[in-house]
Design a protein around this ligand. Structure first.
Ligand code: GLC
Length: 436
């Protein structure tokens, strides 16, 4: 069986009739950015599913425009933690009654995914009509970010929970998370589900989990309304990945608007402020990469990690910055790592096995691969693509993978959940599309 057909089977196996779950057991609902990648994957063999995927996702959109990070289409999976009851999105009057959702968001990938789809099927009338109908919903999500997540009007939006960044337990959050004082008596009792399904040493620690729950409770206390959260949250970060994905998707909305004859004014205005602000505030001369910014401490979070590398995917880096990121990736390969490890391999905090602290994440490879192509680094792009395909071929369609080559060859499988949707989607897209 070819890798393509295996990828297709994984996606079909996770298809729930109108949306895709990331993987069975571990993540049994629809996740925001996972769903973007899944729609891209299924588009290679079923455009109907692709459109249904995105339509289902937006049934969870809130009145303020926010697209939540989890859409609980079914309320049966009670044992998932935190489930819809725990999130209790109903505290916010703008949250839909059905489907229930979480109260935080994730990187807004839908803009650039839509542009990919439109450029791939420019003559498919149904797809074009669909694109025009979903465009305002994507725009509303972007407007939400600039209205509620950028109170100082800097052009850079904040997150108040590590889960929003998509990189849950990255060491870049450690210092900010350690600052949070948690009184265990005040925390609601909870039982994690992830560690009963996969190995605990591949997952976040319980110290981190208590703080995730603390921040969730804080959001709920403020009815998931931003002004209170902005004022009180001990965790408040302008994240590289969140902002660069938003900027990339803004650009896609501008490109699509031009095609569809829509007005581009509002999005152009965001871009004009956001791109220079990002370049100026989030570049670390010391590390020669982009870094996130801690708004509570008012300082850069000086660690090299995948969010900074993936900025390459957007038009943000100057030629010089793009060259430096490319050189860094090449050097990792020369030093015996698969590209692109999620965290700095030279840091004492690097852990090639534990979730976002060092392993390879397929969707991040896809972003970096596209970024390398975009900036003209064709050879490095090929390397990043080959690394992912090699790992999947060797270890299956897992959630994430060992990044040290010497260790990877001693293993039988990847890490975290198996038969994972975005892994299948990204591999399928890379194989089907060639270097476009
Ligand atoms: C984990 C990942 C997050 C992803 C989710 C579902 O929480 O960190 O990025 O969206 O799983 O796959």
């Amino acid at each position: 069986m070819t890798l393509q057909s295996r990828a297709k089977d994984v996606l079909l196996g996770n298809w729930m009739g109108s949306f895709t779950i990331p993987t069975k057991k571990l993540y049994p609902f629809q996740w925001n950015w996972d769903s973007g990648f899944s729609s891209l994957g299924v588009s290679h063999f079923n455009l109907e599913y692709c459109m249904q995927e995105l339509n289902s996702l937006f049934t969870g959109q809130w009145q303020n425009g926010m697209l939540p990070h989890i859409i609980f289409h079914s309320e049966n999976e009670k044992s998932y933690f935190p489930n819809h009851d725990f999130w209790n999105s109903a505290v916010n009057i703008g949250a839909p009654e059905y489907p229930k959702t979480s109260g935080i968001t994730q990187p807004p990938v839908q803009g650039f995914i839509l542009e990919e789809l439109v450029s791939r099927y420019p003559k498919n009338e149904k797809l074009i009509e669909f694109a025009k109908s979903i465009y305002p919903k994507i725009l509303a999500n972007h407007r939400y970010f600039y209205t509620y997540r950028d109170p100082n009007k800097e052009g850079l939006t904040f997150i108040y929970h590590p889960w929003e960044s998509g990189r849950d337990n990255s060491p870049i959050w450690d210092t900010s998370m350690e600052r949070i004082e948690v009184d265990p008596e005040q925390l609601p009792k909870y039982k994690r589900r992830d560690t009963s399904i996969t190995d605990a040493d591949e997952r976040p620690t319980s110290f981190q989990y208590d703080r995730y729950v603390y921040l969730l409770e804080l959001g709920k206390k403020f009815k998931y309304d931003e002004p209170g959260i902005f004022e009180k949250s001990p965790f408040l970060i302008q994240d590289t990945l969140m902002n660069s994905v938003l900027i990339k998707s803004n650009q896609s909305l501008i490109n699509l608007s031009k095609k569809f004859g829509f007005d581009t004014g509002e999005v152009e205005e965001w871009q004009q402020q956001a791109i220079p602000a990002f370049r100026e505030k989030l570049w670390s001369e010391e590390l020669q990469t982009f870094v996130s910014y801690d708004l509570r401490e008012e300082k850069k979070i000086t660690h090299k990690e995948i969010g900074g590398t993936a900025v390459l995917f957007s038009d943000i880096p100057t030629t010089k910055q793009a060259n430096l990121i490319n050189d860094y990736l090449v050097s990792l390969n020369e030093r015996g790592f698969y590209t692109c490890p999620s965290f700095d391999v030279d840091s004492p905090l690097f852990d090639s096995k534990r979730y976002w602290r060092g392993p390879i994440w397929p969707q991040m490879n896809w972003l970096v691969y596209k970024g390398l192509l975009h900036h003209g680094f064709l050879e490095t792009a090929q390397m990043v693509k080959n690394d992912l395909i090699t790992l999947v071929d060797m270890h299956g369609f897992h959630e994430y993978f060992e990044s040290q080559k010497s260790v990877a060859k001693t293993l039988q499988k990847g890490y975290g959940g198996g038969n994972f949707s975005w892994t299948a989607a990204c591999v399928l897209d890379m194989l089907e599309r060639g270097n476009q």
